[in-house]
Design a protein around this ligand. Structure first.
Ligand SMILES: [Zn+2]
Length: 591
């Protein structure tokens, strides 16, 4: 059982750790480390570190950390064997088959990805090369889309014969049960394709795998858009349509355009706006904004120019603001087109580009839609009240920004600043009181003992450990955590194999593991190692000598009472020896 250590090591040395992590968050170099926003928890200032030479990551915010396998397991919700298999494939390391369930599951997932990829390819082929796809292709051309963009997004067509897909896949030897799992068929109707006579939009994961489909009806009855059901591969709220295609552009420009639907994203890309994404038929989620925040600093919200669009925009703005992804809006009111797809269909690519190039801050946009009239009887369509802006103001993290926003509202609407501030604060207090109740959780902190300092230094280099073990023995260590680490390091040292990874694997105490990881990626232990090592060794020696001396002193007192002169003599000798050793230590310390 299990996967041989040699295979694990082969994978670890072959994998480009930075490149892998870089697919999930944008990393910046800081000396020999890299820093970015943590992909595991929500944060505004980066506390996620990667130490490429040790192939470790650690987040000071949420405490997640470990090696490349742990990273992949956490972020993709995989088991260890699944993660190993995934990386083995990536690096071309061969692992023989182990009949473990999880490997089976990993293989099943891979088979599913293969299937979806193949089906996406077939749909695309039908759209672009088969007479069956003619009508669909013409429809897309009418919408202003060119071949390059159709192939960039791998658009396809699911033919009208509902049994075609099953027949096609059966020739490829896929079982019925397996096909149902793919979302291409349903349990109720395992022979009938879920997508029939629809234009197909493959949905890619951030890594570029097809994980689901969206389908737009071409003729006949049914909902205009359909999505694959959620699965282990496909979590609607965590994926953004177009993100895979736009990621590099977003990273470069630190800007993203969030549109409403598939066609809008594709139209924007067709117009040369390669930074467009969209949620999958639902409202934007916090997880999606978190993903974007790792690559962008500002989000341009480009929603439909109607009342529903305005509402969605206000909600999205709050989510962005909460995570300090600065929200902007496009100014498109003066155009007769309702969404990006409309612009492209009408040959307005240049105009579309211009609109995205000059967005306005969201508050300015919302203010233009705000009525000063307090009573709602005269509310016009598309109009907000002043209070409608408060949730957005409240979502701002910076006090300065909030103050500026209140001033801006008052000035724009020609209202009294103080009264707006009071109105706002009244609501803010209620929210603040609610928040405070939730913020009470503390994690156990590991004490930084000299034992642990030494063991972390040992992990920094084999040479350090060699030095440490020549000067102190395991009995000198009081902290049981330090002892545990010492034993693992000693075992490794004797086997001539030095892998920090192995030490980390061996730590069962979660808190200790976090502590060690956080120190390994911090600068604290990078400088003055020699000095730190020396000081810690001396500290331990003195502490132990003094402890022993105290015990001897107590024993001497006992002997004096009971007149055991022989024993007393031995103890006094011992005390003198200890005093001498302490004297020597003091001399070394004062050097
Ligand atoms: Zn974190």
């Amino acid at each position: 059982m299990g996967i041989p250590e040699s295979i694990i090591q082969q994978i670890v040395t072959k994998i480009d750790f930075l490149e892998l992590v870089g697919q999930y968050t944008s990393l910046q170099r800081m000396g020999d480390r890299y820093r970015g926003l943590c992909p595991f928890h929500q944060e505004k200032t980066p506390s996620f570190y990667v130490q490429p030479d040790k192939r470790l990551f650690y987040c000071f915010g949420c405490g997640k950390g470990g090696n490349v396998f742990q990273f992949l397991m956490e972020i993709e919700h995989l088991s260890f064997p699944e993660a190993v298999q995934r990386l083995a494939e990536k690096t071309g390391v061969r692992i023989d088959l182990y009949d473990e369930k999880s490997i089976e599951r990993g293989k099943r997932q891979d088979a599913l990805l293969q299937l979806l990829k193949r089906v996406a390819g077939s749909f695309h082929y039908i759209l672009t090369h088969s007479p069956k796809g003619e009508t669909a292709l013409q429809y897309l051309r009418k919408r202003g889309l060119e071949d390059t963009i159709i192939s960039k997004f791998q658009l396809g067509y699911a033919p009208p014969d509902p049994f075609w897909l099953k027949r096609f896949l059966e020739t490829k030897n896929f079982s019925s049960e397996f096909l149902v799992e793919s979302g291409l068929f349903t349990h109720r109707n395992p022979d009938r394709a879920f997508f029939v006579d629809r234009i197909m939009f493959p949905i890619h994961s951030a890594q570029g795998d097809v994980v689901a489909f969206g389908g737009r009806i071409l003729s006949g009855e049914g909902p205009k858009y359909l999505n694959s059901a959620e699965s282990a591969l496909f979590k609607k709220g965590e994926i953004l349509y177009g993100f895979y295609q736009a990621r590099e552009e977003i990273r470069k420009t630190r800007t993203v355009v969030v549109a409403e639907g598939y066609m809008d994203v594709i139209a924007l890309h067709q117009a040369g706006v390669g930074i467009a994404v969209a949620p999958l038929g639902t409202a934007l989620t916090p997880a999606q904004v978190r993903l974007l925040k790792r690559f962008a600093d500002r989000a341009i919200l480009f929603f439909d120019q109607d009342e529903a669009g305005l509402g969605a925009m206000r909600k999205a703005a709050i989510l962005c603001e909460q995570q300090e992804l600065e929200p902007y809006a496009v100014q498109a009111e003066e155009y007769p087109y309702k969404d990006p797809a409309d612009f492209v269909q009408n040959g307005q690519r240049g105009e579309l580009q211009k609109i995205v190039k000059y967005p306005i801050p969201i508050l300015e946009f919302l203010l233009k839609k705000t009525s000063v009239k307090k009573d709602s009887t005269s509310r016009q369509r598309n109009l907000l009240k002043v209070e409608d802006l408060f949730p957005y103001i409240e979502s701002m993290v910076s006090e300065v920004r909030r103050e500026a926003a209140i001033t801006q509202i008052a000035d724009f609407l020609e209202l009294d600043r103080e009264s707006i501030r009071k109105d706002f604060q009244r609501k803010q207090w209620i929210a603040a009181a609610r928040r405070e109740n939730q913020e009470e959780k503390k994690t156990e902190t590991i004490q930084r003992t000299p034992e642990l300092v030494l063991m972390i230094l040992a992990m920094e280099s084999r040479k350090n450990f060699e030095d440490i073990r020549s000067r102190i023995a395991i009995e000198d260590l009081e902290d049981p955590r330090g002892r545990e680490l010492f034993i693992t390091l000693e075992e490794m040292y004797r086997e001539e194999e030095w892998s920090i990874d192995r030490v980390l694997q061996g730590i069962s105490d979660k808190g200790l593991k976090e502590f060690v990881l956080s120190k390994l990626v911090s600068l604290e232990f990078k400088m003055n190692q020699e000095r730190l090592l020396n000081d810690s060794v001396l500290f331990l020696k003195r502490r132990n000598l003094e402890k022993e001396r105290q015990q001897v002193l107590k024993a001497i007192q006992r002997c004096e009472k009971t007149n055991q002169s022989e024993e007393l003599f031995r103890l006094l000798e011992k005390k003198m020896y200890l005093d001498g050793e302490l004297e020597k230590l003091r001399a070394v310390e004062n050097e």
